[in-house]
Ligand binder design. Structure first.
Ligand code: FMN
Length: 194
């Protein structure tokens, strides 16, 4: 039996990321974002939804770039704080113990303590209602060295990340499959099984 409820943002899980932004003349800032996702493969693009009331909104609209940093689950408390403190009152890099590193293609800094950093340049901005959607091209990606195998491929099992589900933070669970594995299982099925 299904129960229909009012429309809401009931998509789960969504990633929890730290979006870092260059300060205009002041220090760089960051904010926690759960309304984010990949929207195109080629060129690689993602979206982040930001309320116009955020301090970071002003910085993104001024600089037109940002970095999406994937925080490890161990940093969940700092991630939560970055999502309740405003850069208008706090130097979040200094107060949360994060290190700003220069990016290669954008003005916004990478957050050193996050093992994956995606440099993004805003290509579109859509006013949706509560949030503006920034659709951005990913122009460079950085990985902590230990996340990559000898051939430079991402060891996905080594990645620690956070998911957001109904207001709670979760870590990644068990690996239960891989892209296309259902087809391989069919192909590999012995003929005797019908
Ligand atoms: C888990 C979590 C997810 C959040 N997701 C978003 C989001 O997707 N968009 C948004 O505008 N604010 C989001 N926020 C709120 C901002 O991170 C928060 O208002 C922050 O203090 C803004 O910082 P700023 O004023 O320095 O930009 C989220 C907060 C948390 C804790």
């Amino acid at each position: 039996m299904k129960i229909e409820r009012r429309p809401s943002t009931a998509l789960l899980p969504t990633p929890v990321v730290l979006v870092s932004v260059a300060g205009e003349s002041a220090q760089p800032n960051m904010l926690t974002i759960a309304w984010t996702g990949i929207v195109c493969s080629a060129p690689p693009m993602l979206s982040v939804a930001v309320r116009p009331s955020r301090h970071s909104y002003r910085l993104i609209t001024a600089t037109r770039d940002f970095v999406v940093n994937i925080p490890p689950a161990e940093l969940v408390e700092a991630v939560d704080r970055a999502g309740v403190w405003s850069g208008a009152e706090h130097d979040k890099f200094a107060e949360l113990g994060f290190t700003a590193r220069p990016a290669s293609k954008v003005k916004a800094p990478l957050i050193e303590e996050c093992p994956i950093n995606l440099e993004c340049v805003v290509r579109h901005q859509l006013e949706l209602g509560a949030h503006d959607l920034f659709i951005a091209e990913i122009v460079a990606v950085h990985y902590d060295k230990e996340l990559l195998d000898a051939r430079g491929r991402l060891r996905t099992g080594a990645v620690s990340a956070l998911g957001y589900v109904g207001g709670d933070y979760y870590t990644l669970g068990e690996r239960v499959g891989a892209y296309g594995y259902s087809q391989k299982a069919l192909r590999d099925k012995p003929e005797t099984e019908g």
